[in-house]
Design a protein around this ligand. Structure first.
Ligand code: MG
Length: 387
């Protein structure tokens, strides 16, 4: 139920509604002050023949053109990077065997990454020798690229494995020559003072099938040796592997992800300090908003009351008590006919004051609440059926 009321003009509903913010949550349940999600235009899905369109906020790393190949460079083990020797072939970036890995000039960390790859149509080699390449997140964590359509290998080296760490949960591959649609959600590890706050995770979909489910990272992946979890750099390039096979890639884009709660996002379950800080910030915004409204008006009183839900500031509390008392007495002094005209305001006020009581922002015996309850009883509004 949302109450449409002039007193709640800054929001689309009543601010006095769901469970209030608490020690570990900066927002109330159904909080009207919580920011709206940012609008973007979604892309289109790829088909076997045609790559789709990235969403509007994606950073495109390769779109099939030579121009976008310039966003990549060679990745020499030693020495200086130069232009990549990989080629553009039929709208794809194709590995030229023995030319070396490639990497993006762009560096990034947490992301949603979309990438499509196709193993050579002509099947050659077996196990790790057939259509091998790799998607190296931050240049360090390999999501394996391998033609495993009909080609067994060690499970932790399978296509869409976190290489050497975790096999995919299914083999959802298309035949060689066909494009595989890979979608990855990557979260780097977060450490503070040598303590792990979040080990970092990778989630992978292969052709729309979930194959890595929030798999914890175990450091940079490697060959033969067990790796150890630890901090990674802030960002790194995306690298693609030259494993001696002419694997093709197309439609490569990513979206940087917002920080997690442990990095300062205020949407989740927070530490007490973080919750208090965000609640104070919201209260300050509401108070500055209240200062724009007519002095000592009812809307100003309700806006200030709303701020108390986030931060129980004593000067604001005294002001609200004073103005709420005046509001209730003014309603009490009205004739029954005039009260009927003010029914929305009175019931809104009652709900607000009941909310402040329940949230223990004002005492249980809050005078203005009692006054409004009496009015509602006298007018018989409490006996009306709820719409
Ligand atoms: Mg590989």
């Amino acid at each position: 139920m949302l109450t449409s009321n002039a007193f709640a003009a800054a929001s689309t509903g009543s601010p006095f509604y769901g469970s209030p913010p608490d020690d570990h949550h900066a927002w109330a349940i159904h909080d009207q002050n919580r920011p709206q999600p940012i609008r973007i235009t979604p892309g289109t899905l790829s088909s076997a023949d045609k790559p789709g369109q990235p969403p509007s906020d994606a950073i495109v790393l390769f779109d099939g053109t030579h121009a976008s190949l310039a966003k990549w460079e060679s990745d020499p083990k030693n020495g200086v990077a130069g232009p990549t020797q990989w080629i553009v072939n039929e709208g794809a970036m194709e590995c030229v065997p023995k030319s070396g890995y490639v990497r993006t000039k762009d560096q990034f960390g947490d992301c949603q990454l979309h990438i499509e790859w196709a193993a050579p149509k002509t099947v050659k080699g077996d196990s790790q020798g057939r259509g091998n390449s790799g998607i190296f997140l931050m240049g360090l964590v390999e999501i394996q690229v391998l033609d495993n359509y009909d080609n067994p290998t060690y499970a932790d080296g399978f296509a869409a494995s976190v290489y050497g760490v975790n096999p995919p949960m299914a083999n959802a591959l298309r035949p060689p020559g066909k494009y595989q649609m890979i979608d990855i959600v990557f979260r780097r590890p977060v450490y503070k003072g040598g303590k792990v706050l979040d080990p970092g995770y990778v989630t992978v979909f292969c052709n729309g099938v979930l194959v890595q489910d929030h798999t914890p990272l175990e450091g940079p992946t490697g060959h033969m040796k067990r790796t150890v979890a630890g901090p990674l750099p802030e960002k790194g390039p995306l690298k693609l592997q030259d494993h001696g096979n002419p694997v093709r890639f197309r439609n490569i884009w990513y979206r940087p992800l917002p920080p997690r709660t442990v990095e300062g996002n205020t949407d989740g379950w927070l530490s007490k300090e973080a919750a208090v800080a965000k609640r104070r910030e919201t209260a300050a915004t509401l108070r500055s908003n209240a200062a724009q409204l007519a002095t000592d008006s009812d809307p100003q009183m309700f806006r200030l009351a709303e701020s108390l839900v986030y931060d129980k500031d004593s000067a604001t509390l005294r002001k609200v008590e004073q103005l709420a008392g005046q509001f209730a007495n003014r309603m009490k002094a009205l004739s029954s006919a005039d009260r009927a005209n003010k029914k929305d305001e009175i019931t809104f006020g009652l709900k607000a004051f009941q909310y402040l009581t329940t949230a223990e922002i004002v005492p249980a015996g809050f005078g203005p609440k009692k006054t409004l309850e009496q009015i509602v009883q006298t007018e018989g509004w409490d006996k009306e059926k709820k719409k």
